[in-house]
Each structure stands twice: as C-alpha cells, then as structure tokens.
Design a protein around this ligand. Structure first.
Ligand SMILES: CC(=O)N[C@@H](CCC[C@H](N)C(=O)O)C(=O)O
Length: 382
C-alpha cells in the first residue's frame, strides 16, 4: 500500500491552503472517498471540512470511534528539496497536515473495505493553524448527528525516528492564545523626532518588556512562552514610523498562568501608553484549549502499543505546541499522540521533510488500534 499513499501525500503537499479556504483539499478528499466501496460509507461536508462515517456491521447498537486529521497549510514559503513542492506560492504544509490527511484517507479506505462492528468516523477538520476549526465543527449539526464516543488523532514529530510514537496521559499540548498588538504614534520626518512620536522605539521597548513576563512574572514551577514571530511597521528609512504591529503567541500549561500572562501584557501596554505617549490596540485572536489526554484511554493505548509491538512507545513530556484538537478532548474521551517522522527541521520550518515511511506505520497503527478497541467492546487488547 506504501507507494499509493506516498503519491496521495505528494499531491496534497502541492496544494496547501489556509484555514477555511481548503477548497482543493476538500475536493481531493471527497474524490478519494467517492472511489471507495460505498456500501458502508456516508459522507457529509461542513464548511471546508469533511466527515466520513463508515457504518459498522452492528451500527446503531454500538459506539462510534473517531480518527481526526487537520487539513490546512501554513503561510510559509517552501524551501524543501522536493520535486513536488507547493504549487501555492507563499503556502506550505510545514506542520505535517498533508501526512495527517493521508493517514485519515488510509484509515477511511481500510474500514470501507473491512468495516468493524462499531462505526468509524473519520474527521477532516479545517483551520487548525487558525482561526480554529475544531470548536465550530463540533458545534455544527453535521458533527452533532454523528458525534463519536471516542476520538484519537496524531501529530507528526520531527525529532522521533520512524516507527516510534509518543504520548502521555493528561496534558500533552499547551493552552494557546494568539497575540496581535498595534503600537500607534505620530509619523514624521526622520530629522525631526521631537515633532513626531516614534512607534518603532515604543514597540522595541515593548518587545523587551514582554520577554520579562516569563522570566519575572510566571511562577518558575509553572511553564509559559511568549513568542513574537512577526513585526511590521514603518514606511522607509528616513520616515518616523507612525504604526508598528507585533504578532505572536502565548502558551501556558495552566489556564491560570494564561490569565496572569494576559494581565501582564495589558499592564505593559498601559505603561507604554503612559511612558511613550503612544496608543495601543490589543487583539488575542484565536485561543485554543489545552490538549488533555483522557487518562484511561491513553493508558490503554500505551499498553496496547507496548504489548502489540505496533510501534516503539516513548512516554514523552508535555509540549508548548497548541492544537485545537483540545476542544474535541474537552468533551469526548480520547487522546493525541506524536508520530515519529525523523527530520532535522522542526515543525513550521520551511525545509521540513518528514519521512514518508511514517505514513504506513500510522495507517497500520490506527486501523489496528481501532479494530482491537472495537473487538473488545471499547477496551483495546493486544
Ligand atoms: C502543532 C502546532 O504547531 N500547532 C500550532 C497551533 C497554532 C495555534 C495558534 N494559531 C497560535 O499561534 O497561538 C502551534 O503553533 O502550536
């Protein structure tokens, strides 16, 4: 099965699309599903997402087991050595969603050919990178009609070898909040700073102040990240900037720490306005709930991986990545795990080249796990 799925991944890799604009990806998924045996398969769309339900042989009496993939790309210019690079300038699958989607198609194909007693729901979710598709998808009529009793998902992990998976019960990924700050001063001629109010100098001071939140305000026994990833502002070298925009993200392992970090950001903006005479505008963009793996489900999965030998299991630590899969896990028992894809470049890097050998590992692992779970009436045994 390897080469067929590698070909699918390469096709998806060439069409990365931003959140809620995954039109080609959705069409690709629908086309693939349309060619599978249709006897047990039902498909619904929700915005640019897709829900594929494979009815089990005892559908109705039994539970619905779900596998979720995110399908959007990132606004990053690709710099890989691939011959099948992105055909969408400025966009790239730099977070492995092409692999996640391919695995989901493999899972759907497997169960369309070999239905379980339980139903299997394969969720193709848009907009994970932002603004967040999980919460509105869960609130949709389509999802409510097919709401699963269990849900699992994976995320590629560049640092782990192919053939390994890593997870832990409890918190796996952080609470996140995007951060958009506009600093607004008064523009002017570079030679007359006293007649202007330089938004760039105020923004530079703010950047350094924000770095002190994690080191000086957050309890050292807690964990938090404040990262600014983008600055824009100014017009040209001899014009005092009237407006500077900072874009970043806040990550914390507790909701309390998130509230504390946000309170400090707001206090610093008030201080900046008083000290520099600028005006500021603050927008937290989208916020994601932490990915909290159900204890019982995760321990069962970890035991099953160890006993079945389906992959090598790493009991990992939590990470400061975010994932709106956390919204599914807030309401539905399940877990997320890392899938080793062995590449020197990290997630969101323009040169990331995940090993495609991991695709078969994942399809086999997910289909075997859901089969074992169904066969044992909910509790997977190896
Ligand atoms: C796994 C991963 O990389 N997820 C993204 C999620 C983005 C959340 C949101 N847009 C933000 O930037 O806060 C991540 O950056 O961790």
């Amino acid at each position: 099965m390897g080469s067929a799925y590698i070909d699918i991944r390469r096709k998806l890799h060439q069409i990365p699309e931003p959140g809620f604009e995954e039109f080609k990806t959705q069409a690709f998924v629908l086309d693939f599903l349309g060619k599978l045996p249709q006897e047990h398969l039902e498909v619904q769309t929700w915005r640019t997402g897709v829900l594929a339900r494979i009815r089990g042989t005892r559908s109705g009496d039994r539970q619905i087991l779900a596998y979720r993939a995110d399908i959007d790309g990132l606004p990053i210019e690709e710099e890989t050595s691939y011959s099948f690079r992105s055909q969408h300038p400025g966009f790239m699958h730099a977070c492995g969603h092409d692999i996640h989607t391919t695995v989901a198609l493999g899972v759907a194909e497997h169960f369309a050919n070999h239905p379980l007693e339980d139903d299997v729901l394969v969720v193709f979710q848009p907009a994970e990178e932002g603004p967040g598709g999980a919460a509105p998808m869960m609130a949709s009529e389509q999802f409510a009609a097919w709401r699963p009793d269990f849900i699992m998902a994976l995320h590629i992990a560049p640092e782990y070898p192919v053939g390994t998976v890593a997870t832990r019960p409890g918190i796996l990924f952080a609470n996140t909040s995007e951060l958009f700050i506009d600093v607004i001063g008064t523009g002017g001629h570079a030679a007359f700073p006293h007649q202007a109010n330089d938004a760039m100098v105020a923004a530079a001071s703010l950047i350094m102040q924000l770095q002190s939140i994690v080191s000086r305000n957050v309890n050292p026994l807690d964990s938090a990240v404040v990262t600014l990833g983008k600055i824009t502002g100014g017009v040209r070298q001899n014009v005092i900037a009237e407006r500077v925009r900072l874009e970043g993200t806040i990550r914390t392992l507790s909701e309390q720490a998130m509230d504390e970090v946000k309170a400090r950001v707001e206090a610093m903006l008030r201080g900046l306005e008083a000290g520099y005479g600028v005006r500021t505008e603050l927008d937290y963009g989208s916020n994601y709930h932490q990915v909290y793996n159900s204890r019982e489900e995760t321990v069962q999965f970890m035991n099953w991986v160890r006993e079945s030998g389906s992959a090598e299991l790493i009991a990992c630590r939590e990470a400061m990545t975010g994932e709106d899969f956390g919204y599914f896990l807030k309401e539905i028992p399940g877990f997320m795990f890392w899938l080793g894809v062995d590449t020197p470049y990290g997630l969101h890097h323009s040169k990331i080249e995940p090993s495609e050998d991991a695709i078969d590992v994942a399809i086999s692992l997910v289909t075997r796990y859901l089969s074992a779970k169904s066969a044992s009436g909910g509790k997977a045994e190896s």
